[in-house]
Write a protein that binds this ligand. Structure first.
Ligand SMILES: NC(=O)c1ccc[n+]([C@@H]2O[C@H](COP(=O)([O-])OP(=O)(O)OC[C@H]3O[C@@H](n4cnc5c(N)ncnc54)[C@H](O)[C@@H]3O)[C@@H](O)[C@H]2O)c1
Length: 280
């Protein structure tokens, strides 16, 4: 989509971090923006910031793990803003832990937000974009969708799945000559609220499992790495705008991660055991 001015963007996880930055970057392009999140308070503050840029903003409390709420988000956008053109399935959470140490509730929570959230977004919005023969979908994965760092099995599972879903969506739309673009966003560490995602865990998915020392150490490492990320959320958002305009599929905002991706591919092709991407 070369021209964004006057079009409508939908962003999930818009109350904080990358979602907030994307909403503001789209507003800078002259787009109206529909904002969804479970955090209503911060969502309305972001809506104020978006409106200050002279475009329209609407907000809806949406838990992306619930199909009906994502469908209601789409219906609200079309009813109130007239159409939707750019869809960013971005909401995400990041409980850490080895696969066997993560509770069933941990798995259910992260799969619900990071994977089902994207699935619901793709299912709810793609038919509308196809019908108008114009649009673009950006799914937020992570470098953890291209490599598999230790200590975050559930997160890696969701992000690899989002990459697979996005690649397949790209093929399926191309086979139909659809004028609907797809991008998958794969950042490394960016200073946002992601290390504090426990704040949005629903009560019914509270984890009863005591965290191991290893997991606590990984959490401390992750918090530090996120905080000291060299690329800001605003820079990532500008990269997304550029990719949408250029119709580019992979958005890799941290080029220094590429050797780890190459190492994984080589290990696969040579059929040898995977090297630890954090130890390369
Ligand atoms: N920050 C990083 O280092 C980094 C790196 C790679 C990928 N990502 C991905 O970027 C995306 C955005 O995360 P962020 O870094 O901006 O973190 P963030 O915590 O600042 O923002 C995430 C937002 O998602 C919302 N959210 C959580 N559960 C939700 C639900 N069920 N329904 C709707 N909204 C929900 C939160 O309230 C929050 O506003 C996530 O998918 C994350 O996995 C982040």
């Amino acid at each position: 989509m070369k021209k964004l001015n006057g079009k409508v963007a939908a962003v999930t996880g818009a109350a904080s971090g990358l979602g907030r930055a994307m909403a503001l970057a789209f507003a800078d392009e002259g787009m109206d923006v529909a904002l969804a999140d479970v955090d209503e308070l911060n969502l309305s503050a972001v809506a104020d910031d978006v409106q200050e840029k002279g475009v329209r903003a609407i907000t809806l409390k949406v838990d992306v793990s619930q199909a009906a709420q994502v469908e209601a988000f789409r219906d609200q956008i079309i009813a109130r803003l007239g159409a939707v053109h750019l869809v960013c399935n971005n909401a995400g959470v990041s409980p850490l832990g080895a696969a066997w140490e993560s509770s069933a509730a941990d798995w259910e929570w992260i799969l619900g937000v990071n994977l089902w959230g994207v699935i619901h977004g793709v299912r709810a919005f793609t038919p509308a974009l196809l019908a108008q023969q114009e649009g673009h979908i950006v799914n937020t994965a992570s470098v953890a969708g291209l490599i598999s760092p230790p200590g975050m099995g559930a997160y890696n599972v969701t992000k690899h799945a989002v990459v697979a879903l996005s690649e397949t969506l790209y093929h399926d739309l191309s086979e139909r000559n659809a004028k609907v673009g797809v991008s998958v966003l794969c950042p490394a560490y960016v200073p946002t609220g992601i290390a504090d995602s426990e704040r949005s865990r629903p009560r019914h998915l509270a984890s009863a499992v005591q965290k191991s020392q290893e997991t606590q150490a990984k959490e401390a490492m992750m918090r530090k790495a996120v905080k000291s990320g060299k690329i800001s959320a605003d820079e990532v958002a500008r990269a997304v705008v550029k990719a949408v305009k250029a119709n580019r599929f992979y958005i890799l905002t941290h080029p220094r991660i590429k050797p780890a991706i190459r190492a994984r591919m080589e290990d696969i092709l040579k059929e040898r055991a995977p090297r630890n991407p954090l130890a390369l």
